[in-house]
Design a protein around this ligand. Structure first.
Ligand code: ZN
Length: 236
């Protein structure tokens, strides 16, 4: 196929896409997450499942500025993370989105690169998780109805071998002996979380990022507290 024909097919495949609510929703989320400093320098990626059977996932293209996404900055992939014919190249981290969105309870996945998530994923990597308890904001997470809940955020080593990491994440989803996973951290990299739809995934990002910042600031407060005052515990 010539370059011109390829680009015509690409444009035809995108006809009317600017009106897709999934695209509009992710453009808005991108402006918010970039504005909060959680998706800077073209980092991060977002996705929404379009259909379960056949599996079709709409996600952000590789390397786009998340504060200025346009309707052309998205790609549709299949259950193997492969772009459909005529679609552009997806993010290198596509399979992490696919393994999450293949679960019927997950309709949208959001990935951020915040300062606190990056720092804490490194500080607590040797424990394998960050564990938080007692904060009201934990109730932002689906199914959590009390602050008296132990939230465990698993931490995985960073890698460029996304296929292996995706397999590890898929196994964790299936492991009923572990607490329900609302999200995970990748060391020195960032946060993945999700929801039944984009609104819930967005609420989860906000909840997680708030909690990670609280945990990080609690650590920095420790050495500065006057005698008799105690910083809240992090990673019990
Ligand atoms: Zn990333």
């Amino acid at each position: 196929m010539s370059a011109t024909m390829e680009s015509e097919a690409w444009l035809a495949g995108r006809a009317g896409r600017e009106t897709w609510p999934e695209i509009q929703g992710m453009m808005e989320v991108g402006r918010m997450l970039h504005g909060r400093g959680w998706s800077l320098a073209t980092s991060s990626n977002y996705s929404v499942r379009l259909s379960q059977d056949p599996f079709r996932l709409l996600l952000t293209k590789s390397g786009m500025d998340k504060g200025r996404l346009t309707p052309a900055d998205f790609v549709v992939v299949d259950e193997h993370g492969r772009p459909l014919p005529g679609e552009p190249r997806p993010s290198a981290e596509t399979m992490l989105h696919v393994v999450a969105a293949q679960r019927s309870s997950i309709g949208a996945v959001l990935h951020t690169h915040s300062v606190w998530g990056t720092l804490l994923s490194d500080v607590y990597h040797s424990l394998g998780h960050v564990r938080l308890h007692g904060y009201e904001m934990i109730k932002a997470l689906d199914g959590v109805s009390t602050h008296d809940h132990e939230l465990e955020i698993p931490i995985y080593e960073n890698t460029q071998d996304i296929g292996s990491l995706a397999e590890e994440i898929a196994e964790r989803f299936e492991d009923d002996t572990k607490p329900k996973m609302h999200g995970f951290l990748i060391r020195r990299h960032g946060l993945y979380t999700w929801g039944r739809d984009l609104d819930e995934a967005r609420r989860h990002v906000e909840g997680f990022e708030f909690l990670l910042e609280v945990a990080g600031r609690a650590l920095t407060l420790r050495s500065a507290l006057p005698a008799g005052l105690v910083a809240p515990p992090v990673s019990l």
